[in-house]
Write a protein that binds this ligand. Sequence first.
Ligand SMILES: NC(=O)c1ccc[n+]([C@@H]2O[C@H](COP(=O)([O-])OP(=O)(O)OC[C@H]3O[C@@H](n4cnc5c(N)ncnc54)[C@H](OP(=O)(O)O)[C@@H]3O)[C@@H](O)[C@H]2O)c1
Length: 252
Amino acid sequence: MTEPSLAGKVAIITGGGSGVGAETAVALARMGVHAVVTGRRESRLREVSESLATPGLPVAADLTEPGTPDRVVAAAVDRFARLDIVVHAAGIFEKRPLSATDDEFWQRVIDVNLTAVVALSRSAWPQLCAEAGQVVLVSSVAAERGFPGNSAYAASKGAVRAFGEVLRVEGRPHGVRVITVAPAQIDTELWDGKAPPEVRAEMMRPAGVGGLIAALVSSDRSIDFSPITIEPPFDPWDRSIDGRGTVHREEP
Ligand SMILES: NC(=O)c1ccc[n+]([C@@H]2O[C@H](COP(=O)([O-])OP(=O)(O)OC[C@H]3O[C@@H](n4cnc5c(N)ncnc54)[C@H](OP(=O)(O)O)[C@@H]3O)[C@@H](O)[C@H]2O)c1
């Protein structure tokens, strides 16, 4: 039941050009994993891929376009002849009150944060079952805690969490492990323009979160995980309020 060394295994990491995805690729590559990093910005993916300790592969793609999930899986298998791990770290975070949550905005959030996760999981499933592989889903504390302006984001992340719980039981007979991580605030570009530096300084570090995801994936296979909530030791927004007056509250 123990997880043998991850060396030589192959992981697709969405959102691999920045933040949690990029740091997960770095941490997994240190364990000998070939990281196939995907996202829309090719230059960022190339930069990350070239920095990895184990040869990786950048695949520029918009995950909401039909056919992209199959294409990303095919690129991974063509290059490395196997696929063991999928880490779903791509996501968009934008807040709007319900009155401004029009159909276009709702659909865009759901397409990236939920539908693309389902589509890529489905495309990768035969390979993951063949290799007794693993899936990591990045949900959010927003799935369980209500924050104003978060209806689309929270609904998408809540659905990812529910999807993960079903996949977890569907994967068991095939030896596939599914892990859902539900973070609170991480200091990534997702917060650009949404939080002042003193608040961001109190958030979790993306390298820490990427390292944690890699550690979870490399953990003993006799362990199955319920969704894991992770958060900084202090609420970044509450600490910013302390002595500095009121700060408008945003939550991912
Ligand atoms: N940061 C937080 O506080 C926090 C808290 C809880 C959960 N999360 C979740 O953690 C995950 C990672 O986010 P992050 O914090 O690392 O932020 P980030 O740096 O903004 O990462 C998001 C990634 O998603 C990719 N992406 C967005 N739309 C895409 C599309 N249509 N097709 C393909 N890729 C797309 C982006 O790459 P391109 O723009 O190049 O496509 C980017 O690399 C997200 O799911 C986020 O919701 C973050």
